[in-house]
Design a protein around this ligand. Sequence first.
Ligand code: SER
Length: 319
Amino acid sequence: MKSDKEKILITGALGQIGTELTNRLVEIHGAENVVASGLDRWNKNLTSAGFYERMDVTNTQLVRQVIKDYEITTVYHLASLLSGTSEKQPLFAWRLNLEPLLHFCEMAKEGLIQKIFWPSSIAVFGKGIPKENVGQDVVLNPTTVYGISKMAGEKWCEYYHDHFGVDIRSIRYPGLISWKTPAGGGTTDYAVEIFYEAIEEGKYTSFISKNTAMPMLYMDDAINATLKLMNAPKNELTVHSSYNLGGMSFTPAALAAEIKKEIPSFEIDYQPDFRQQIADSWPASIDDSVAKKDWGLQYDFDIAAMTHDMLKNLKLKLG
Ligand code: SER
């Protein structure tokens, strides 16, 4: 018999979102109720979870065993290949980004787990969609491997909810900016790299062009939003694919100008690579009014507050 206590498994727990979300979940639920998992060895400096399972999330047998052994009730399934890397390994990206999600949905259908969080992305929108203030219900037209996998995943989330009552919740994250753990292989990652290089080199060469605006979000706001969505009463949720989340919208030039306010000698130049084409297919800004209405989405950080906090914390971290 399972106890009533929430027992949480996080996949991708050593990744950019995973490290910070795991530590917040430990603060809320206690280390003994949080199991972190990932491909790498346990790094106690990165995660305060009470338990760590080194596992390949595509190994369905092993994942099922972990769910049973720890009597997991809630899964934050974060393991995923981001947009840039997915273009280089399309078949593996499809397998990693989709199959474990379906496996978790199946386990929820069987009643083995009660609740799932799964991240989608602004990559689902794609070509031919208006750039500004993109709404919740526009037709999705992704042209990247990553976007295709996220769009398919969203449809599966909705399917398992509608047909089997599976409680799976999702957010279309914009580019995520954080100082604790670097991202890897994303198109929006320039907005993280720029801070490291501003501090270490005083200059940065952006792989995204000067005036390309994309939606971005500071990690603190992303974690708060995720927890808020997961705590919302089920009957108040109207979107069972994935909620739009806009955060802020800025260009590399605007971010550089913001950094220059704190590091006046900072210089930026631009050498767009293959990720420019990905960025060109994504929205510049997002309408997230449905998330605001359904579960009270709100933000604490704008571009100035985020830049200040990033520089302050990274300077300390980098010594
Ligand atoms: N940050 C992601 C990426 O660039 C988008 O979800 O791949």
